[in-house]
Design a binder for this molecule. Structure first.
Ligand code: TIU
Length: 232
């Protein structure tokens, strides 16, 4: 029998149910894989966190990033941070808690969470290509006070593969924002991490509960499998 079917890409084995995406309308959104969160001496550690908890997400993200680059998928990286004069940093954020260093203070990787400083940059393993989009965001959500919505509209994006750190903070906030704007979000479970493993687990459960109230959750292997060209 002649197989005249055009190569199509597969369904993602996700929870709460498998999802078939229109792949040309799908982008990879990598949230805040910055030295400030991932490495000692950055913002995450100043808040009292064990930053080694986040390392486990790097390899799964790297694998999906490679596949996205190979298939020509739109790749968007985000970075949380503030202008050097802190004009986009609300006092309520800067003054909060009792961190060892506050946003804007000098640290071992430059001023904490400030755009242009070494700590604000994305880790070398996942460094953006010049052709990829980088969105600087002052908040936890990637839509608030950024051009992300316009970028997604310009490229005709309807679906987002979302990964990055941290699961319950910037990933969850962004997924909630995206869901309200009508995007289908598939969160890559092992491509996210939290300083608190239990928050990671619950953060993913919150997304996929109630029939996928905020989106879908799949591991990187399932996403990679679906991204492979098949003839079925
Ligand atoms: N503290 C924490 O878990 N996260 C953040 O402050 N930002 C992000 O999640 N990117």
């Amino acid at each position: 029998m002649l197989n005249s079917a055009k190569p199509t890409k597969g369904v993602i084995g996700a929870e709460p149910e498998p999802i078939k995406l229109d792949w040309p309308a799908t982008a990879l959104l990598i949230i805040d894989m910055q030295r400030d969160f991932m490495e000692p001496g950055g913002f995450g550690e100043t808040l009292g966190n064990d930053v080694s908890q986040l390392a486990r997400a790097v390899k799964p993200i790297g694998a999906v990033l490679t596949a996205a680059r190979d298939t020509g998928m739109l790749v968007i990286h985000t970075r949380e941070g503030h202008l050097p004069d802190l004009s986009d940093a609300p006092p309520a954020k800067v003054e909060r808690g009792a961190p060892s260093l506050r946003i804007g203070d000098p640290g071992p990787m430059g001023r904490i969470l400030i755009r242009g400083e070494a700590g604000h940059d994305i880790i070398p393993e996942l460094y953006p290509l010049d052709s990829e989009i980088v969105i600087d965001k002052p908040g936890k959500g990637a839509f608030y006070a950024t051009e992300l919505g316009d970028v997604l509209e310009k490229y005709g994006i309807e679906n987002l593969l979302v990964c990055g750190v941290t699961t319950e903070v910037c990933v969850n906030t962004t997924v909630r924002e995206a869901n309200d704007r009508g995007y289908r979000c598939v969160v890559i479970s092992d491509g996210c991490a939290s300083y608190f493993p239990e928050f990671h687990e619950m953060g993913l459960k919150m997304i996929k509960a109630q029939g996928g109230i905020f989106g879908w959750v799949a591991n990187s292997a399932a996403v990679l499998e679906a991204m492979k060209v098949s003839t079925t």
